[in-house]
Design a protein around this ligand. Structure first.
Ligand code: SAH
Length: 266
């Protein structure tokens, strides 16, 4: 009998415990659901905050903007903001990531280089872009400059002569969500007549003389920024403005770019 009573008490105690832990588990599950819900709302509402926390290069990029761009003559707020947004480290080989935000050019494969951030910013700033502009870039390379341009304008068309680089850049831009950029493999000497006229054109490879088709494909009032020169050591960064059919040239600074190859060499 005694044993039976004890057994009964024991059973009751266990069922009480079970009830207690079941309700506790329910409460915990509820809190976890509420937490996950709030977290996903915050992530959606403030992507830049959660993103910044996840980006180990955030500080390096801010330093680059502050010291290497603002510290020199890059004053256009929109250009500074675009340079602060685009993750240069994702356009280069992983082994080079630690130097992604230093102000110098970096190799991108196939014997080509990505320009130093200051030159990317200077060329972008000199085009004086409006959000509605349609821009053509000659020399996609890694796709980094095209990504910077796409932060500022509506549409970016970019031509790369090297098959491997064109394919890789198109994939990188797609994976990073740069939907406004369209890349094609071809010789940029001929421009992209199907999408002309352009508000602005940027060449990131250097011809000895400015290709005529590029001037033709500019709108009236359109700007072309291009390194021009015959040596492999340096060229002159030149800004051409098309005005009433004529052209106005302004020399900006000495620069060092890889040569434009293809038709322009003939
Ligand atoms: N803007 C690039 C870097 C450009 S490097 C970036 O942000 O990464 C210059 C590029 O111009 C090289 O990839 C080279 O293959 C390409 N190029 C050279 N001649 C060209 C031509 N005629 N048409 C298109 N691209 C050309």
């Amino acid at each position: 009998m005694l044993e039976d009573n004890n057994t009964v008490r024991l059973h009751r105690g266990n069922s009480m415990k079970n009830k207690y832990s079941r309700s506790n588990m329910k409460k915990e599950a509820k809190s976890i659901i509420v937490f996950l819900f709030c977290f996903s709302i915050c992530r959606a509402a403030f992507p830049q905050l959660t993103h910044a926390e996840e980006d180990p290069f955030d500080q390096a990029r801010s330093r680059m903007v502050r010291e290497d761009l603002q510290g020199r003559d890059i004053t256009d707020e929109k250009v500074l903001s675009a340079m602060g947004k685009v993750k240069r480290h994702l356009f280069i080989d992983t082994s080079l990531r630690d130097s992604a935000y230093n102000d110098h050019p970096l190799p991108i494969g196939e014997g080509q280089t990505i320009s130093q951030p200051y030159i990317v910013a200077l060329m972008t700033q000199s085009l004086n872009l409006k959000p509605t502009d349609k821009v053509l870039e000659i020399g996609t390379g890694s796709g980094y400059q095209a990504a910077v341009l796409s932060e500022l304008v509506d549409r970016v068309y970019s031509i790369e002569i090297d098959k491997k680089l064109a394919k890789k850049a198109a994939l990188t831009l797609k994976e990073l969500g740069y939907q406004k950029v369209q890349v094609k493999q071809g010789d940029g000497f001929f421009g992209w007549p199907e999408h002309a006229p352009f508000d602005a054109i940027m060449a990131t490879c250097a011809p000895e003389r400015i290709p005529e088709p590029l001037i033709k494909q500019l709108k009236d009032g359109g700007r072309l920024i291009i390194p021009v020169g015959s040596t492999t050591f340096y060229q002159t960064l030149t800004l051409l403005t098309k005005l009433k059919g004529g052209t106005q040239l302004k020399q900006i600074s000495p620069v060092r770019f890889v040569p434009m190859t293809g038709e322009v060499e003939k």
